[in-house]
Design a protein around this ligand. Structure first.
Ligand SMILES: O=C(CO)COP(=O)(O)O
Length: 256
């Protein structure tokens, strides 16, 4: 059974010293976590580019995966400011976040750019973490249709390989509470079906992000493969609580 996936993006919340402090506290808290140790739960941490090396060092010897918040569309060459998937892989990054709502909205990232980055990631041996989600509040059916279509566009032309899809309704990011459980379940179920029928995406997962914190995974149960946390992971105790819930969820998945 594939592990339950818990991810954290630190976005640009922490400076260098604060990020290092968070890595040390989280590493301390999760190093002997039974869910992580058994492989039932997978944790990835996505700091800024500059924080990747200290994160790798802080989590060395643990199964925690280190991610990047973006990746270049090209493999090498004159692309000022960009970092290639191959270089990310070289320093131990195994997952690259692509098409987050903030990048789509603030930096004009299109589905075409997302698809090119997903392709570059897979070519470079880095798992794409493809972020999708409706911009406006819609009913669950319309949101599912819009999000599945966005996922198809976001993976168009990408080579075969597993992806992690983060369903993040834009209106639930940075909010006081997540989207309603029934809404999330309707969309994640549709996304999973779309991945299941894709011939080349075996082993993919669908996780939810957007004001996610302790308690949500238990409510969502098996309608998701995990959670993608933002602000509510700044307190390592919250993250530990979510990892406990993920471990309990993994047990129900094995039991079925
Ligand atoms: O965008 C998110 C994770 O990438 C979610 O962030 P928040 O949980 O802070 O809303």
């Amino acid at each position: 059974m594939a592990p339950v996936v818990v991810g954290v993006s630190l976005k640009m919340y922490f400076g260098h010293a604060a990020a290092k402090d968070w890595f040390a506290r989280v590493a301390d808290r999760v190093r002997s976590h039974p869910g992580l140790a058994s492989g039932a739960v997978e944790l990835f941490v996505i700091p800024t580019y500059l924080q990747i090396l200290p994160a790798r060092d802080a989590f060395a010897g643990s199964p925690v995966r280190i991610g990047a918040q973006d990746v270049a569309v090209a493999d090498s060459g004159p692309f000022t400011g960009e970092v290639s998937a191959a270089e990310l892989a070289e320093v131990g990054v195994s997952i690259a976040e692509i098409g987050h709502a903030e990048r789509r909205r603030l930096f004009g990232e299109t589905d075409d750019a997302v698809a090119a980055k997903a392709a570059a990631s897979l070519r470079g041996g880095v798992t794409p973490l493809v972020c999708v989600g409706e911009a406006e509040r819609l009913g669950p059916k319309a949101a599912a249709a819009a999000t599945v279509a966005q996922l198809r566009r976001s993976l168009s032309g990408a080579p075969a390989g597993p992806v992690v899809v983060a369903y993040e309704p834009v209106w639930a990011i940075g909010a006081s509470e997540p989207a309603p459980v029934e809404h999330i379940a309707a969309v994640t179920t549709a996304l999973r079906m779309a991945l299941d029928i894709a011939p080349d995406r075996a082993g993919s997962s669908v996780i939810y992000g957007g004001s996610a914190g302790p308690g949500l995974l238990t409510e969502l149960g098996r309608s998701v493969d995990g959670l993608f946390l933002g602000r509510f992971a700044h307190d390592p105790e919250n993250l530990a609580a979510v990892l406990d819930e993920a471990t309990a969820l993994a047990e129900t998945r094995v039991a079925s």
